[in-house]
Design a protein around this ligand. Structure first.
Ligand code: SF4
Length: 554
């Protein structure tokens, strides 16, 4: 049952189904995250393998994948890890039973007349299972002391059924066949699990299930709640946010106020040199694609920059010297390729932090917290952190010191998290003191946002209107500051206004006095988790957006 080849049947209470889905989602999110694994709040009943509840929760989440590609990618990744966890706790008899069940279920599935590629695939996996089902071999291969490089027994599999093992050079290849030695049979089963899961989803997408779910109000509600929880907790932009976040080539610089240091650094180099190295260009193109720049706008963006004369000196001699005029077809092809419109038609995603931290060259690509010397890191931090509040102050010094320290300790993700928190806090400060346009694109009704949110005393007395800077709103009455002294404004109004400004100023003084990040902004998102630069961008922007929204709806 651990391979989930057969969907469950029978009756189940809606409440039980919901409990199971929530528990499984929570577990998968824990498995998928980098935070320590805790089982608190999980209803383990729903996760015990070979039980009906386990199958129900798995298949309902599988249905959810039909409605979101993000969720599908997450689900395949997390379920595969879950399978890996389970497999690591098995002894050889458990593995034997598991393969036996898989073999039986695949045979049942294959006996149903079907000519699809899925059928062929599962027939081949079923054939490999029958080869694996030798007690003596399994006892040897799944013994706890069995070495990964052991080559005593071997099964032969077509290379497409264990492509990840081929990629990692863990099998011998001969005439398109892989010779999988017993040392990696566990990994072979993981490949099978992932393949069968993906194929099962393809079958599901081809079936009538998407229409059934769309028509069934109960299933529809479970699916939408699941997706809502998933997007909220994973800090991923929801599909609707991606659509509304369509950015233009001319707004890239403005959006850069939410960029992580890796993307900021590349943008800075690009604006200075008008050219990038190959890897930096790919990294930045995928980042821009991930945050909502469509292919036409991407072509415009690169055309504009690459039409300029390159500004390269001898230290940057490895930079590309091509020009748009001469090489435009090549560049357009490359951009379309990244958007999945040319060549292999693969829909490339923004690179993960892990991958960027393990690569990096001289032309600005990769993660700066790994690639740069800690004392130079300040050069790539968002300007608003460095010059928080318009000038470098004691808060900025402390934040930067903290980030530099984490960088020099070789903790790039921690350093970037600290940078995110400082970036978030600085946004509030900037909105607070200087920059009225920060939220322009985020929320049209931004007036009063920071003032109400950041300093509760202000809202008690009145809100300062940022759009029309002479007007004050006092307990529902708007009056014009330019009319001070006129009979329409009473002393009481003026006293209240003075009190509100007094409280507000006091609040700022406290903020500037206490030299810790927590005191800069008490709502810092300490739970922040991001795995790629795109998530950094969306997490920052959406958190600021939700703050603004909640303030405006108060
Ligand atoms: Fe970019 Fe990730 Fe490095 Fe942060 S940790 S700078 S988001 S690659």
């Amino acid at each position: 049952m651990t391979f989930y080849v057969k969907p469950p049947d029978g009756r189940v209470l809606l409440r039980v189904m919901e409990e199971g889905v929530n528990s499984r989602l929570k577990l998968l999110m824990l498995i998928n995250s980098t935070i320590p694994f805790q089982t608190e709040g999980l209803i383990i009943d729903h996760l015990m393998e070979n039980t009906m509840k386990d199958r129900i929760s798995h298949f309902i989440l599988r249905l959810t994948c039909l409605f979101s590609l993000d969720f599908k990618a997450f689900f395949i990744r997390a379920e595969t890890k879950f399978f890996e966890e389970r497999l690591s706790s098995y002894d050889w008899t458990d593995v034997y039973k598991m393969i036996q069940t898989l073999h039986r279920h695949l045979q049942e599935q294959n006996s149903l007349k079907c000519d699809s590629g899925t059928h062929t695939h599962s027939a081949i996996i079923s054939q490999t299972c029958s080869e694996l089902l030798q007690r003596k071999h399994l006892k040897h291969a799944f013994d706890k002391s069995h070495a990964e490089n052991c080559r005593e027994y071997v099964v032969i599999v077509d290379f497409q059924y264990c492509s990840s093992l081929v990629r990692r050079r863990e099998v011998d290849l001969k005439s398109g066949k892989c010779y999988v030695h017993c040392g990696v049979w566990g990994k072979l089963l993981i490949c099978f699990f992932r393949d069968l899961l993906s194929l099962g989803m393809e079958d599901l997408a081809r079936s009538s299930m998407p229409q059934i779910v769309s028509r069934d109000i109960r299933l529809k509600s479970i699916v939408s709640q699941t997706l809502e929880t998933f997007y909220r907790q994973s800090n991923l932009p929801s599909q609707s946010m991606r659509v509304t976040n369509a950015i233009k080539s001319i707004t890239v610089d403005k959006e850069s106020q939410f960029f992580p240091p890796c993307a900021l650094n590349i943008l800075k180099n690009l604006r200075h040199d008008h050219r990038l190295g190959h890897h930096a260009r790919i990294q930045f193109s995928l980042f821009l694609k991930g945050i909502g720049l469509d292919v036409e706008e991407a072509i415009k963006f690169w055309r504009e920059e690459y039409s300029k004369t390159p500004n390269c000196n001898e230290h940057r001699s490895n930079l590309c010297q091509h020009a748009w005029k001469k090489d435009n077809s090549r560049y357009i092809y490359n951009i379309k390729h990244l958007y999945g419109l040319k060549g292999s038609c693969k829909d490339y995603q923004s690179k993960s932090c892990l991958s960027l931290q393990s690569t990096g060259g001289k032309t600005g690509e990769g993660c700066p917290f790994v690639r740069m010397h800690p004392k130079d890191i300040v050069k790539v931090l968002p300007q608003m952190i460095v010059n928080s509040n318009g000038k470098r102050n004691s808060n900025s010094e402390i934040l930067i010191e903290h980030i530099v320290e984490l960088t020099s300790k070789g903790k790039p993700s921690e350093a970037c998290k600290a940078c995110f928190n400082a970036h978030y806090a600085a946004h509030h400060q900037t909105v607070n003191f200087n920059d009225e346009s920060v939220f322009e694109d985020i929320h049209p009704k931004r007036e009063n946002a920071f003032f109400v949110r950041s300093e509760p005393h202000v809202s008690e007395y009145g809100n300062y209107c940022k759009n029309e800077c002479h007007k004050y709103e006092l307990e529902g009455t708007t009056f014009d500051d330019t009319k001070v002294g006129s009979s329409s404004i009473t002393d009481e109004h003026l006293n209240d206004r003075a009190a509100s400004i007094g409280h507000f100023t006091k609040g700022l003084a406290v903020t500037n006095d206490k030299l810790s990040l927590e005191n800069v902004s008490p709502d810092l998102p300490h739970d922040i988790e991001f795995n790629c630069p795109t998530q950094y961008y969306f997490s920052l922007k959406s958190r600021l957006l939700s703050q603004t929204r909640s303030v405006n709806s108060d």
